[in-house]
Design a protein around this ligand. Structure first.
Ligand code: MRU
Length: 365
């Protein structure tokens, strides 16, 4: 089994309730690997918004720790004050980015924990919430391994795999989602070649996926986004694996802008298109992709990427950060609870909704 270099943790909590959230500042990669410490809820909000910490699972974990940080002014207060502050901080952190459902999922889980133990003092509850954030982090790592196990057999020895954006160790506290599948297949001894879309406009593919694969010694080739179709045509790609930011009940999947185009290209070339995601990325309250909010970011990310003016300053530009790939273009969903194939409302429900919840909904209790 090939050894892979361990990476600096994407994020980690340092200390006890009064501690801080240490993250890799991903905006500086690949030029500089720098960790920064976040000590206020505003800093956590800014770090998520500015993509210093990014990717659906990682921003869920960061937000859970961010909630703990935001409570440090009310540790000696009455529980009503503490609970009100928790709601405020959670609502605030949730506004940092709208598309990845893991953010709201993690904050909702933290609030449910607080609601379940009204008898604890504020200080005791803060400690309990730190434990819960740590638990979310541990589960995040475990789900990466489970996704890897579920998906590794999809990639045969010698496969050329295309991935879009960055869905690797940098988006989780473990191996990632899409890249977890690739890492697991490599650990099985398979020789893969990864084609990496650069992923305009913020270059998560070029800056982050290419860096991560290089650090781990996995053979990879960087492509500008518009080359993907031609490289498929040339026969170099036998599978596409991407991550997801939110998956609706019918399987429609929001992911980084450009994923929709790649899915169509894969279909046109008869290449399987896989989406790897944890259960926390499913939003069964969204019936289909039309209910998924799509983040629109500043047009200057398109016209002035990385501070350099590359288009006339007066041109108008659109910058949707995500798009939605229709379920019918997805060959299989690779989840921590196994493969979902074919992708439709029933197959998703059977895997994602726990048996006892399905039973409850059938008997109407
Ligand atoms: O804007 P980003 O960099 O946060 O977008 C990230 C992606 O689109 C990833 O592909 C997605 O979060 C899945 S990673 C598990």
């Amino acid at each position: 089994m090939p050894e892979m270099t361990p990476l600096t943790p994407t994020l980690a909590w340092i200390g006890d309730v009064g501690g801080c959230l240490r993250i890799i500042d991903q905006t500086l990669l690949p030029g500089e690997l720098r960790q920064i410490d976040l000590v206020t809820a505003e800093q956590v909000w800014e770090a998520i918004r500015a993509l210093r910490v990014r990717g659906a699972p990682a921003i869920g974990v960061a937000a859970a720790y961010g909630a703990v940080i935001g409570l440090r002014t009310v540790l000696d207060a009455e529980r009503t004050t503490f609970d009100r502050r928790l709601r405020e901080v959670a609502d605030y952190l949730e506004t940092s980015r709208p598309t990845a459902v893991n953010l709201a999922w993690a904050l909702g889980r933290m609030q449910r924990v607080a609601a379940s133990r009204p008898e604890l003092s504020s200080a005791e509850m803060a400690t309990r919430l730190l434990e819960e954030a740590r638990q979310i982090e541990i589960e995040d790592r475990e789900m990466c391994l489970a996704i890897g196990r579920a998906g590794a057999d999809l990639l045969a020895d010698g496969t050329g795999v295309l991935t879009h954006c960055n869905a690797g160790a940098l988006v989780t506290t473990g191996d990632g989602t899409a890249l977890a599948v690739i890492y697991a297949a490599v650990r099985q001894g398979k020789r893969l070649h990864v084609f990496v879309d650069e992923t305009r406009p913020l270059l998560q593919g070029a800056r982050l996926t290419a860096w991560e694969l290089t650090e781990r010694g996995i053979p990879a080739t960087l492509l500008c986004d518009s080359a993907a179709g031609w490289i498929m045509h040339e026969g170099h790609i036998q599978a596409v694996v991407t991550g997801a930011d939110r998956i609706a009940a019918n399987g429609d999947t929001a992911n980084k802008i450009g994923t929709y185009s790649v899915a169509h290209l894969a279909r046109a070339h008869g290449i399987p298109f896989y989406v790897a995601a944890p259960t926390s990325t499913f939003d069964l309250s969204a019936p289909d992709g039309r209910s998924i909010p799509i983040e629109e970011r500043s047009s200057t990310e398109v016209t002035q990427p990385f501070g350099r003016q590359t288009a006339p300053p007066t041109i108008s530009a659109r910058n949707p950060a995500f798009d939605v790939t229709p379920a019918e273009l997805i060959t299989a969903l690779v989840t921590d609870r196994g493969l979902i194939q074919p992708v439709n409302r029933d197959t998703i429900r059977n895997v994602i909704v726990r048996p006892e919840e399905r039973l409850r909904s059938l008997v109407g209790t």
